[in-house]
Design a protein around this ligand. Structure first.
Ligand code: GAP
Length: 441
């Protein structure tokens, strides 16, 4: 157990120290369970989102993208069932008014053991009541019930609202999908585990519309596809598993759901969920808005609400899983993040062997050239060994050293993070070398 907690603590510390993730508003003591992504974190997250988009939209002729609004009128979330159903049961400690999820009773027990030793729990805790997880705000200058708006709790609703628009403008035929990456907000009662469960987070969601009779087929297909996607980007297979939901666990709109779980240091936990949402959303939005949201199937010659298969992942959770999975401590306590090079925040670092004899000039010239195509670091401080270690710790796959011979033969040494092998290549060929290494993946 100590070792596990230790790994998480080390990851959190590395993230802060090297600029992956910072506590939000840290100088004011932090905003509870809200995090900011630093210079390296933003690169990693963007690479991840780009690869998701590439595989879910760019390379698919049956899926298109969307970017819908975060601010949502209450009618939408009333129709979707979130106003009533997106609740957690909550109990309150009568002594200090701290609140807990009633279904996380172990937290209540440890709270009383730590803070109110000797007090009887059942006498000092309120009955459970429903607590809605949505963030509420007001539109316009008047704070009144007529002006309530919500920050969306999932990106999915914006997709359902635009189902007809997309259908009419993109002329897709089922089966087809609409994908979106964007922020969602949930006032979680027990957030935690760093960026695993937060109150502001990013989701990458696909709503895949199919004939009801094909739903089971595509449900299974998407479960397999999403599992493979994580493996393809380097997550170790033994750290991933699929877990079907029990009937009691299912969200109000789903008839089946399976989670892709990752073995985090704090235990197996959900990375992404694949759900069969049936025709729940299109049907309810048609009923509430009065607008026809059915699909006309020319082949079958009839109109119906398509069923929806939804792979829904959390980008921040993915970032955490990819960092944890890549984290390796070597015998000399040196840390290496073995990211797939496509995910690595910095692709290559350029070093002059020493800070004299024109070596920095040549190195900077190469750095400027490579910057046009890649995220590149330049480092001339300390020994080359130390510079390698600094790059290993942030997962940079390749380091290039300009040495005295470079001035004569126009070659540099390129060192591979994982094999630690060094190759000598022509400066003029470096770009091509990096491109071919990245393309092969
Ligand atoms: N549209 C379906 C939906 O939102 P969900 O299982 O509630 O389903 C999908 O969320 C994914 O979003 C989860 O698998 C998780 O990765 C991510 N997610 C949900 N709540 C989160 C939170 N509080 N913090 C970080 N990620 C979260």
């Amino acid at each position: 157990m100590v070792e596990i907690a230790d790994k998480m603590a080390k990851v959190v510390s590395l993230c802060k120290r090297r600029g992956f993730v910072y506590p939000s508003a840290e100088i004011y003591g932090g905003t509870g369970s809200v995090w900011d992504f630093g210079p390296l974190g933003v690169e990693l997250k963007q690479n991840l989102k780009k690869l998701w988009w590439r595989d879910m939209v760019q390379r698919r002729s049956d899926i298109v993208g969307l970017d819908t609004a975060i601010i949502t009128r209450p009618e939408v979330l009333r129709a979707s069932g979130h106003e009533k159903g997106f609740v957690d049961p909550l109990v309150e400690c009568k002594v200090c008014h701290e609140r807990f999820r009633a279904d996380h009773y172990h937290l209540v027990e440890s709270h009383f053991a730590e803070c109110h030793k000797g007090k009887e729990i059942k006498d000092n805790i309120t009955p459970a009541r429903a607590f809605n997880l949505m963030f509420k705000t007001f539109m316009g200058p008047v704070d009144s019930d007529d002006n309530i708006a919500y920050l969306r709790p999932e990106t999915a609703q914006g997709i359902f609202l635009n189902f007809k628009n997309v259908l009419e403008s993109s002329r897709q035929k089922i089966p087809f999908g609409i994908a979106q990456i964007g922020k969602s907000f949930r006032n979680e009662i027990t957030p935690g585990n760093f960026i695993f469960r937060t109150r502001e987070f990013e989701q990458a969601e696909l709503e895949y519309f199919v004939r009801p009779s094909d739903a089971e087929h595509y449900y299974k297909q998407w479960i397999e596809a999403r599992f493979r996607w994580y493996c393809m980007l380097g997550i170790k297979k033994e750290n991933l598993r699929l877990r079907p939901h029990t009937t009691e666990e299912l969200a109000h709109y789903a008839i089946a759901a399976t989670d892709v779980e990752y073995k985090f240091p704090f235990g197996w936990s959900e990375l992404e969920g694949i759900a069969n949402r049936q025709d729940y959303d299109l049907q309810t939005h048609e009923n509430h808005s009065g607008r026809d949201l059915k699909y006309f199937d020319e082949e079958l010659g009839k109109k119906f609400w398509p069923y929806v298969i939804e792979p829904a992942g959390g980008v921040d959770r993915m970032v955490l899983a990819f960092i944890v999975d890549a984290y390796e401590e070597m015998e000399d306590n040196e840390v290496v993040l073995r990211f797939d090079p496509r995910l690595a925040p910095i692709k290559v670092a350029v070093f002059p062997l020493v800070k004299k004899d024109k070596l920095p000039d040549v190195a900077k010239q190469l750095y400027d050239e490579l910057k046009k195509d890649f995220m590149v670091a330049y480092d001339e401080a300390g020994s080359v060994g130390r510079r390698y270690r600094r790059q290993d710790e942030i997962g940079t796959p390749w380091c290039i050293t300009v040495d005295f011979d470079s001035l004569k033969d126009n070659c540099v040494t390129i060192r591979d993070r994982d094999s630690r092998k060094q190759e000598r290549i022509k400066i003029a060929k470096v770009k091509e070398y990096l491109e071919s290494r990245l393309e092969k993946l």
